[in-house]
Design a protein around this ligand. Sequence first.
Ligand code: SF4
Ligand code: SF4
Length: 123
Amino acid sequence: MSEKLFECKRCGFCCQGESTVSLTPEEQARIAHFLGLSLEEFLSLYTVRRGSRVEMKTLNGHCIFYDEKESLCRIHPVKPFHCRQWPLHPSILKDPESFEIIRRTCPGFSKKATWQEIKKLLS
Ligand code: SF4
Ligand code: SF4
């Protein structure tokens, strides 16, 4: 990915909010192992069930794994796929409006980056 078009500013905005991405069973097991916990301990300490989804808990308005002091993810090596993918998500390929919505929430995109340029890079 060209740094001119996108470069993460580590602002942590994408880790904010009262809900998080859902975790697949594989992700749950991987994060539990990384933390040195059993699956049961991990689920009880760090996740919440919403219907059929298992999400990470939130704390002070952000994901429980977001370190406010250091502005980083405490499970970075094993973070969920959707976190690794964000904000370069297929949904921004849909149309310019979808790209603008994502761009407004992420200062990592160059102000000059156009939807066509991002689309070309991701396809
Ligand atoms: S919102 Fe964008 S720039 Fe900020 S941490 Fe997330 S990906 Fe990086
Ligand atoms: S797992 Fe890491 S990258 Fe994903 S929302 Fe939580 S703190 Fe952010």
